[in-house]
Write a protein that binds this ligand. Structure first.
Ligand SMILES: [Zn+2]
Length: 295
């Protein structure tokens, strides 16, 4: 049923690509929060009696920052791919999280091969280490491997910058070594984050990606509901999220994603939407900028 990676690796990159760091530019919300903190310190020094106002301002800014981090599709903490860039036109992207899984990933790969569709797999470093052949197969069959942290800890969004950096950097090393090409995107476990994430991603040259719509296929009961969530309003430049790891199963014990994908691919074809990967769009964007720089 499954096809392991072929030795010729027809889609494999010629050489490992390393991500180059980006310059961190604090978002307007981060700048505002920093100004509130500075203002509170100045007010406290000038009028110690004003401490309730100063403390209230600081607490309110923390509340807003926390809320922004708990909202996966928010761009308040920094850039976040919630849709493909405009130049993607009629294309959409399928992203598949939490693998590789030795049972589900091969079946997903076979299904995508049958439809000649390329997807973006957000993989967990620890699982990549345990099942390296499926990382190799993902790349060999023309898909992209991106970074979904080393351990997929649900406490990720509570981490400080050092723990966050270690978690992402370890996954980056693991996935680059096995896939032979460096991830360009990061997706936070459960999409949850905090203000420390964007500077860490900038240092590692990674871009944050969330999604336009997701099927909640790790906790749904039936594939019809998941398919409806993904296809209702399906539009050009959408980024869709399903899972090959932690996949929910139907009454027969079959992973829902295997039922959802054929229906989703059909819906995309009916709307004349084509599939692409996040990194293909990123490369095109870079090429456009290079081209614009030419005399
Ligand atoms: Zn995940």
């Amino acid at each position: 049923m499954s096809s392991p990676s072929s030795p010729s690796m027809p889609f494999a990159p010629a050489a490992p690509a390393s991500a180059t760091s980006r310059r961190w530019k604090p978002s307007p919300l981060i700048c505002t929060a920093a100004a509130v903190h500075a203002g509170a310190a100045v007010a406290l020094a000038a009028r110690p009696g004003a401490w309730p106002w100063a403390a209230g301002g600081v607490a309110a800014s923390h509340l807003v920052l926390t809320a922004a981090g708990l909202w996966p599709r928010s761009t308040l903490l920094g850039p976040n791919w919630t849709r493909l860039p405009e130049h993607a036109g009629q294309r959409i992207a399928l992203t598949i999280d939490d693998g590789p899984d030795p049972e589900v990933t091969p079946r997903v790969l076979d299904l995508l091969d049958r439809h000649d569709v390329r997807a973006t797999f957000f993989c967990i470093g620890d699982l990549a280490r345990r099942y390296p052949r499926w990382i190799e197969a993902i790349v060999a069959r023309g898909h992209a491997v991106e970074n979904h942290s080393q351990r997929h800890r649900h406490t990720f969004s509570l981490s400080g910058p050092l723990v966050m950096k270690r978690e992402i950097e370890t996954a980056q090393r693991t996935l680059t070594e096995i896939a032979g090409v460096a991830p360009r995107f990061f997706r936070a476990p459960a999409g949850l984050r905090n203000p420390f994430l964007e500077p860490v991603l900038c240092g590692l040259g990674l871009h944050l990606a969330s999604w336009t719509r997701r099927g909640f296929d790790t906790c749904a009961k039936d594939s019809g509901t998941v398919t409806r969530r993904l296809t209702t309003g399906l539009a050009p430049r959408d980024i869709l999220l399903v899972h090959d790891g932690h996949a929910a199963r139907d009454a027969r014990g079959e992973p829902l994603v295997l039922d959802v994908l054929p229906a989703l691919l059909r819906a995309a074809a009916e709307r004349q939407l084509q599939w692409t990967t996040l990194r293909a769009c990123l490369n095109e964007e870079a090429a456009e900028i290079d081209h614009a720089d030419l005399p």
